[in-house]
Ligand binder design. Structure first.
Ligand SMILES: [Zn+2]
Ligand SMILES: [Zn+2]
Length: 215
């Protein structure tokens, strides 16, 4: 098994971190959260000589899922995740574009497979555990590679911040509960990529993130 590698491609007017996770040896991998700018994502895939096996979604917001249907058609792979509680969001991606007033190409998407807490997804020998972490979005999931000490946290936890909870289906206390019960127990040494901005380590956020004080 080769080293897990990540390539981050900022996409959409929201500068969302579309992430390609791949094996450094086999060059097989997955695209996490293709929010839009599908041509840019496809260019990154071919420049790196990658074979994409699936599209994984963390949640149903436009900047994470808006390009999933188009990328699925282009690559001929399945869209996996998030949790089915995000079905209403995924059916209204085009309306979200209007709500945010953004000019970007977006299409509603129906995943090929929903995920639930405790599921596992993989490419090659890289296995990721799935945790359902509602609060920012009802069906938000995160992906954890225990062997590599790496997690993709979507919009649950950022470096120095947490996901917003003022969007439809958001719930601040539920988000804090998800972070306390699902994210922090992954371990202080776990490094993560998130949906916006730089990544971090869970221990660093536990110690210094102002939103986590006292949870
Ligand atoms: Zn979001
Ligand atoms: Zn986002």
């Amino acid at each position: 098994m080769g080293q897990l590698q990540a390539a981050i491609i900022p996409v959409t007017p929201f500068q969302q971190n579309c992430t390609i996770l791949f094996d450094a040896d086999s060059k097989h991998g997955v695209v996490v959260d293709p929010g839009g700018d599908v041509d840019t994502i496809l260019a990154a895939i071919s420049e790196n000589g990658l074979t994409i096996e699936a599209i994984w979604l963390t949640h149903g917001h436009i900047d994470h899922a808006g390009g999933a249907d188009e990328l699925r058609s282009a690559l001929g792979v399945e869209v996996i995740g998030p949790h089915q509680d995000d079905l209403p969001l995924l059916q209204n991606l085009e309306k979200q574009a209007a709500m945010f007033g953004v000019a970007m190409k977006v299409a509603n998407v129906m995943p090929d497979r929903w995920l639930a807490d405790g599921d596992r997804v993989s490419f090659g020998e890289h296995v990721f555990e799935v945790f359902h972490c509602p609060g920012h979005a009802p069906g938000h999931v995160i992906y954890f590679d225990r062997a590599q000490g790496f997690a993709h946290l979507g919009d649950v936890l950022f470096s120095g911040s947490i996901g917003r909870t003022d969007l439809p289906g958001g719930n601040h206390q539920q988000l804090l509960d998800s972070i306390r019960d699902k994210v922090l127990p992954l371990g202080d040494d776990v490094g993560f990529i998130c949906g916006h901005g730089p990544g971090s380590r869970i221990g660093d956020e536990r110690r210094s993130n102002p939103y986590l004080v006292g949870i």
